[in-house]
Design a protein around this ligand. Structure first.
Ligand code: G4P
Length: 283
């Protein structure tokens, strides 16, 4: 998937979210649990002002559980409701309904005092591309999910997915754009595979990934590839090329191939459950 954000796209996405947000009580924001900060766009704080907020640390199955816990605490301290999950799994997603109701308790109470009983809480999903928004909506809504028709003549209004008598979910997610100003954000999104590999220098991405792994997860590369972790990133990549027999014509080492291999192993969690963003220490 190609993340090419043009000002026109961003303006349109922002305008759509602004419109949709008027209709809802709570924003469920998906981030990737391996990069909770790099996959989060802080502009949403402004867009979702006055709404209840839930952060879903998705793809938790691929992330380091200790760091996921630390990120949960970090976001909770900032006043968010938080849940770590695997959006592909029904059991994992089920807990969201209870949290949405808890997060909207005040609104439900207010309604009750005004004599409005059983008005469902309305939620929307938001996040940058590839964090799992569609997967989440499909799993959460289950088979009941109805899509808005795209054919001419079919009214293209907002579709609400009724999850139970208490919660309704907007069927189209709000799309946020990554915050690319900090170069490490683009690199980390490239590492997790959220940016089209065709437009990347995979050697550069793998070189930076190896740096993070050597520093934060010592022993992981050594164990997987049976190499020496000597602290020299290029040497580590060359050793991996050697061990895995990545060769070009003329029998020279093919570090491009080795870079791709390292990235593939990381993205599929064959290197283990790893989180690249480090939660700030307890303030
Ligand atoms: P988006 O709407 O936010 O753009 O994301 P989407 O749901 O399309 O999900 C992007 C990719 O992430 C998909 O994989 C999806 O299966 C995967 N995914 C979503 N949630 C989780 C999760 O909790 N854990 C894991 N491990 N993966 C998750 P894909 O390779 O693009 O497609 P496919 O191979 O699943 O068809």
């Amino acid at each position: 998937m190609n993340i090419q954000w043009y000002p026109g796209h961003m303006t349109k996405a922002r305008r759509m979210m602004q419109e949709d947000i008027k209709l809802i009580d709570i924003v469920a924001e998906l981030v990737d649990a391996r990069v909770p900060l790099s996959s989060k766009n802080p502009d949403i704080d402004d867009l979702a002002k006055g709404k209840s907020r839930l952060i879903l640390l998705n793809k938790a199955d691929l992330a380091d559980p200790a760091r996921t816990k630390a990120w949960e605490n970090y976001f909770k301290k900032q006043g968010f409701y938080v849940l770590a999950l695997d959006a592909r799994v029904g059991k994992s997603v089920k807990a969201v309904t209870g949290i949405i109701q808890e997060a909207c308790r005040e609104k439900i109470e207010r309604d009750r005092r005004r004599g409005i009983i059983n008005r469902p809480v309305r939620a929307m999903v938001a996040g940058i591309p590839n964090v799992g928004k569609s997967t989440f909506i499909n799993t959460y809504a289950g088979k009941a999910c109805t899509k808005t028709g795209n054919k001419p003549g079919v009214t293209k209004g907002k579709q609400w997915i009724r999850l139970n008598k208490n919660v309704e979910l907007l069927d189209t997610p709000g799309i946020l754009w990554p915050k690319f100003e900090d170069p490490s954000v683009g690199l980390k999104l490239a590492m997790i595979g959220s940016i089209n590999d065709d437009i990347l220098d995979l050697r550069d991405v793998a070189w930076n990934l190896v740096g993070i792994l050597l520093e934060n997860y010592p022993g992981i590369l050594k164990n997987r590839y049976n190499i020496e972790e000597n602290g020299d990133k290029m040497d580590v990549i060359q050793q991996i090329a050697q061990v895995r027999n990545c060769r070009q014509k003329g029998n020279t080492l093919d570090t491009d191939k080795a870079s791709k291999l390292i990235l593939d192993d990381f993205r599929s969690a064959r290197l283990g459950a790893i989180t690249l963003d480090i939660p700030p220490k307890d303030q």
